[in-house]
Unconditional design. Structure first.
Length: 252
Protein backbone atom coordinates (compact mmCIF):
# COMPACT_ATOMS: atom_id res chain seq x y z
CA UNK A 1 0.00 0.00 0.00
CA UNK A 2 2.82 2.41 0.80
CA UNK A 3 4.15 1.93 -2.74
CA UNK A 4 0.82 3.08 -4.19
CA UNK A 5 1.34 6.51 -2.66
CA UNK A 6 4.98 6.75 -3.76
CA UNK A 7 5.48 9.43 -6.42
CA UNK A 8 9.22 8.95 -6.89
CA UNK A 9 10.42 9.77 -10.40
CA UNK A 10 7.33 11.77 -11.25
CA UNK A 11 7.00 15.45 -12.08
CA UNK A 12 4.11 17.65 -10.99
CA UNK A 13 3.11 20.98 -12.48
CA UNK A 14 1.39 23.12 -9.83
CA UNK A 15 -0.07 26.53 -10.59
CA UNK A 16 -0.36 29.25 -7.97
CA UNK A 17 1.92 27.59 -5.42
CA UNK A 18 3.80 30.52 -3.90
CA UNK A 19 1.52 30.59 -0.82
CA UNK A 20 -1.42 28.87 0.85
CA UNK A 21 -3.07 25.76 -0.54
CA UNK A 22 -0.86 25.64 -3.62
CA UNK A 23 2.29 25.75 -1.54
CA UNK A 24 1.04 23.00 0.77
CA UNK A 25 0.19 20.75 -2.18
CA UNK A 26 3.50 21.38 -3.93
CA UNK A 27 5.45 20.52 -0.79
CA UNK A 28 3.32 17.42 -0.12
CA UNK A 29 3.92 16.15 -3.65
CA UNK A 30 7.65 16.70 -3.18
CA UNK A 31 7.56 14.83 0.12
CA UNK A 32 5.93 11.93 -1.74
CA UNK A 33 8.80 11.90 -4.27
CA UNK A 34 7.88 14.41 -7.01
CA UNK A 35 9.95 17.04 -8.64
CA UNK A 36 7.76 20.14 -8.90
CA UNK A 37 7.29 22.83 -11.53
CA UNK A 38 5.63 25.86 -9.99
CA UNK A 39 3.86 28.37 -12.24
CA UNK A 40 3.40 31.70 -10.47
CA UNK A 41 3.23 35.40 -11.17
CA UNK A 42 5.63 36.22 -8.33
CA UNK A 43 8.72 34.56 -6.93
CA UNK A 44 7.82 31.46 -4.85
CA UNK A 45 10.68 31.90 -2.40
CA UNK A 46 9.26 29.90 0.49
CA UNK A 47 7.93 27.11 -1.72
CA UNK A 48 11.31 26.72 -3.39
CA UNK A 49 12.95 26.43 0.02
CA UNK A 50 10.42 23.91 1.36
CA UNK A 51 10.63 21.69 -1.73
CA UNK A 52 14.44 21.77 -1.64
CA UNK A 53 14.31 20.62 1.99
CA UNK A 54 12.62 17.39 0.82
CA UNK A 55 15.52 16.64 -1.51
CA UNK A 56 13.43 17.16 -4.63
CA UNK A 57 13.93 19.76 -7.38
CA UNK A 58 11.75 22.83 -7.82
CA UNK A 59 11.53 24.53 -11.22
CA UNK A 60 10.36 28.14 -11.16
CA UNK A 61 8.18 29.24 -14.11
CA UNK A 62 6.74 32.76 -14.12
CA UNK A 63 3.49 33.43 -15.94
CA UNK A 64 0.22 35.30 -15.65
CA UNK A 65 -2.17 32.54 -16.64
CA UNK A 66 -5.05 34.98 -17.04
CA UNK A 67 -3.26 36.03 -20.23
CA UNK A 68 -4.13 33.34 -22.78
CA UNK A 69 -0.84 33.83 -24.63
CA UNK A 70 1.08 32.92 -21.47
CA UNK A 71 -0.44 29.46 -21.11
CA UNK A 72 1.37 27.63 -23.95
CA UNK A 73 4.60 29.41 -23.09
CA UNK A 74 4.41 28.29 -19.46
CA UNK A 75 3.62 24.73 -20.53
CA UNK A 76 6.54 24.58 -22.95
CA UNK A 77 8.91 26.01 -20.35
CA UNK A 78 7.76 23.44 -17.81
CA UNK A 79 8.18 20.57 -20.24
CA UNK A 80 11.58 21.78 -21.36
CA UNK A 81 12.75 21.93 -17.75
CA UNK A 82 11.65 18.42 -16.81
CA UNK A 83 11.34 16.38 -20.02
CA UNK A 84 8.03 14.83 -18.95
CA UNK A 85 4.93 15.58 -16.90
CA UNK A 86 2.88 13.21 -14.77
CA UNK A 87 0.64 15.40 -12.61
CA UNK A 88 -1.11 18.73 -13.07
CA UNK A 89 -2.61 20.64 -10.16
CA UNK A 90 -4.79 23.54 -11.35
CA UNK A 91 -4.71 25.70 -8.25
CA UNK A 92 -4.23 29.27 -9.52
CA UNK A 93 -7.29 31.38 -8.86
CA UNK A 94 -8.62 34.72 -7.69
CA UNK A 95 -11.79 36.10 -6.14
CA UNK A 96 -13.58 39.44 -6.45
CA UNK A 97 -16.25 40.57 -3.95
CA UNK A 98 -19.08 42.97 -4.81
CA UNK A 99 -22.87 42.99 -4.77
CA UNK A 100 -24.20 41.28 -7.89
CA UNK A 101 -26.11 44.41 -8.95
CA UNK A 102 -22.84 46.37 -8.99
CA UNK A 103 -20.46 43.65 -10.21
CA UNK A 104 -18.28 44.90 -13.06
CA UNK A 105 -17.48 43.24 -16.36
CA UNK A 106 -13.80 43.73 -15.58
CA UNK A 107 -14.05 41.73 -12.34
CA UNK A 108 -16.17 39.09 -14.06
CA UNK A 109 -13.63 38.56 -16.84
CA UNK A 110 -10.63 38.60 -14.51
CA UNK A 111 -12.00 35.78 -12.38
CA UNK A 112 -13.38 33.67 -15.22
CA UNK A 113 -10.21 34.00 -17.32
CA UNK A 114 -7.97 32.68 -14.57
CA UNK A 115 -10.25 30.32 -12.66
CA UNK A 116 -11.78 28.38 -15.54
CA UNK A 117 -10.45 29.38 -18.97
CA UNK A 118 -6.79 28.93 -18.04
CA UNK A 119 -7.65 25.71 -16.20
CA UNK A 120 -9.21 24.22 -19.32
CA UNK A 121 -6.56 25.23 -21.82
CA UNK A 122 -3.64 24.23 -19.58
CA UNK A 123 -5.37 20.89 -18.93
CA UNK A 124 -5.79 20.45 -22.68
CA UNK A 125 -2.07 20.95 -23.31
CA UNK A 126 -1.09 18.64 -20.47
CA UNK A 127 -3.56 15.95 -21.56
CA UNK A 128 -2.07 15.99 -25.06
CA UNK A 129 1.34 15.48 -23.49
CA UNK A 130 0.05 12.64 -21.31
CA UNK A 131 -1.38 10.92 -24.38
CA UNK A 132 1.87 11.44 -26.29
CA UNK A 133 3.91 9.99 -23.43
CA UNK A 134 1.69 6.93 -23.43
CA UNK A 135 1.37 6.21 -19.71
CA UNK A 136 -1.46 8.56 -18.71
CA UNK A 137 -1.36 11.02 -15.86
CA UNK A 138 -3.25 12.85 -13.14
CA UNK A 139 -5.10 16.17 -13.31
CA UNK A 140 -6.31 17.68 -10.04
CA UNK A 141 -8.52 20.76 -10.20
CA UNK A 142 -9.23 22.98 -7.23
CA UNK A 143 -12.94 23.58 -6.83
CA UNK A 144 -14.68 25.17 -3.83
CA UNK A 145 -17.67 24.98 -1.49
CA UNK A 146 -19.14 27.44 -3.98
CA UNK A 147 -19.08 24.67 -6.56
CA UNK A 148 -22.12 23.47 -4.59
CA UNK A 149 -23.55 26.68 -3.15
CA UNK A 150 -24.34 30.17 -4.37
CA UNK A 151 -22.41 32.29 -1.92
CA UNK A 152 -22.89 36.02 -1.42
CA UNK A 153 -21.21 38.88 -3.31
CA UNK A 154 -18.99 36.55 -5.37
CA UNK A 155 -20.95 35.87 -8.59
CA UNK A 156 -17.98 35.28 -10.89
CA UNK A 157 -16.16 33.12 -8.35
CA UNK A 158 -19.27 30.97 -7.85
CA UNK A 159 -19.73 30.67 -11.60
CA UNK A 160 -16.10 29.70 -12.14
CA UNK A 161 -15.97 27.13 -9.36
CA UNK A 162 -19.29 25.59 -10.42
CA UNK A 163 -17.72 25.27 -13.86
CA UNK A 164 -14.67 23.55 -12.36
CA UNK A 165 -16.89 20.84 -10.88
CA UNK A 166 -18.72 20.27 -14.17
CA UNK A 167 -15.61 20.42 -16.33
CA UNK A 168 -13.86 17.90 -14.09
CA UNK A 169 -16.62 15.41 -14.94
CA UNK A 170 -16.61 16.28 -18.63
CA UNK A 171 -12.84 15.86 -19.03
CA UNK A 172 -12.88 12.61 -17.07
CA UNK A 173 -15.52 11.26 -19.46
CA UNK A 174 -13.25 11.89 -22.45
CA UNK A 175 -9.81 11.20 -21.03
CA UNK A 176 -10.25 8.23 -18.68
CA UNK A 177 -9.74 5.90 -21.67
CA UNK A 178 -6.22 7.36 -21.98
CA UNK A 179 -5.43 6.45 -18.35
CA UNK A 180 -5.79 10.10 -17.38
CA UNK A 181 -7.51 10.65 -14.04
CA UNK A 182 -9.28 14.00 -13.82
CA UNK A 183 -10.58 14.80 -10.34
CA UNK A 184 -10.98 17.83 -8.11
CA UNK A 185 -10.65 18.92 -4.51
CA UNK A 186 -13.23 21.28 -3.03
CA UNK A 187 -11.64 22.98 -0.03
CA UNK A 188 -13.94 24.18 2.71
CA UNK A 189 -13.30 27.36 4.65
CA UNK A 190 -9.52 27.53 4.78
CA UNK A 191 -7.09 29.92 6.41
CA UNK A 192 -5.77 31.52 3.23
CA UNK A 193 -5.42 34.99 1.71
CA UNK A 194 -8.79 34.57 -0.03
CA UNK A 195 -10.62 34.21 3.29
CA UNK A 196 -8.79 36.88 5.28
CA UNK A 197 -11.70 39.31 5.02
CA UNK A 198 -14.19 36.67 6.21
CA UNK A 199 -12.05 35.69 9.19
CA UNK A 200 -11.66 39.35 10.14
CA UNK A 201 -15.46 39.83 10.14
CA UNK A 202 -16.44 38.79 13.68
CA UNK A 203 -20.05 37.94 12.84
CA UNK A 204 -19.28 36.02 9.63
CA UNK A 205 -16.40 34.17 11.29
CA UNK A 206 -18.66 33.08 14.14
CA UNK A 207 -21.43 31.95 11.79
CA UNK A 208 -19.01 29.92 9.69
CA UNK A 209 -17.42 28.17 12.66
CA UNK A 210 -20.84 27.33 14.12
CA UNK A 211 -21.70 25.38 10.96
CA UNK A 212 -18.44 23.42 10.62
CA UNK A 213 -18.70 20.12 12.54
CA UNK A 214 -14.91 20.08 12.99
CA UNK A 215 -15.27 23.48 14.76
CA UNK A 216 -12.26 25.05 13.07
CA UNK A 217 -11.11 26.62 9.83
CA UNK A 218 -9.12 24.30 7.62
CA UNK A 219 -5.40 24.78 7.07
CA UNK A 220 -3.42 24.37 3.85
CA UNK A 221 -1.93 21.19 5.31
CA UNK A 222 -5.42 19.63 5.38
CA UNK A 223 -5.29 19.57 1.57
CA UNK A 224 -1.92 17.80 1.40
CA UNK A 225 -3.09 14.22 1.92
CA UNK A 226 -6.05 14.40 -0.49
CA UNK A 227 -3.76 15.89 -3.15
CA UNK A 228 -1.19 13.11 -2.83
CA UNK A 229 -3.99 10.51 -2.92
CA UNK A 230 -5.43 11.90 -6.16
CA UNK A 231 -1.92 12.19 -7.65
CA UNK A 232 -1.00 8.59 -6.81
CA UNK A 233 -1.83 5.11 -8.04
CA UNK A 234 -4.01 4.69 -4.97
CA UNK A 235 -6.69 6.65 -6.87
CA UNK A 236 -6.27 4.82 -10.19
CA UNK A 237 -10.00 4.03 -10.49
CA UNK A 238 -11.24 7.43 -9.33
CA UNK A 239 -12.46 9.53 -12.27
CA UNK A 240 -14.52 12.72 -12.42
CA UNK A 241 -15.00 13.06 -8.67
CA UNK A 242 -14.79 16.21 -6.56
CA UNK A 243 -13.59 15.47 -3.05
CA UNK A 244 -14.83 17.92 -0.41
CA UNK A 245 -12.24 18.69 2.26
CA UNK A 246 -14.45 20.85 4.40
CA UNK A 247 -14.52 19.77 8.05
CA UNK A 248 -18.02 18.42 7.45
CA UNK A 249 -19.52 21.69 6.13
CA UNK A 250 -21.56 20.00 3.38
CA UNK A 251 -22.78 17.27 5.73
CA UNK A 252 -24.41 19.82 8.06
Amino acid sequence: MQKQFDLSGKTALVTGCNTGLGQAMAVALAQAGCDVVGVNRSEPTETTKHVAATGRTFFDVRADLSDKTAIPKAFEEALAATGHLDILVNNAGIIRREDAVEFSEEDWDAVMNLNIRSLFFLSQLVAKQFIKQGWGGKIINIASMLSYQGGVRVPSYTASKSAVLGLTKALANEWAKHNINVNAIAPGYMETNNTQALRADVDRNKAILERIPAERWGTPEDIAGPCVFLASEASAYVHGFTLAVDGGWLAR
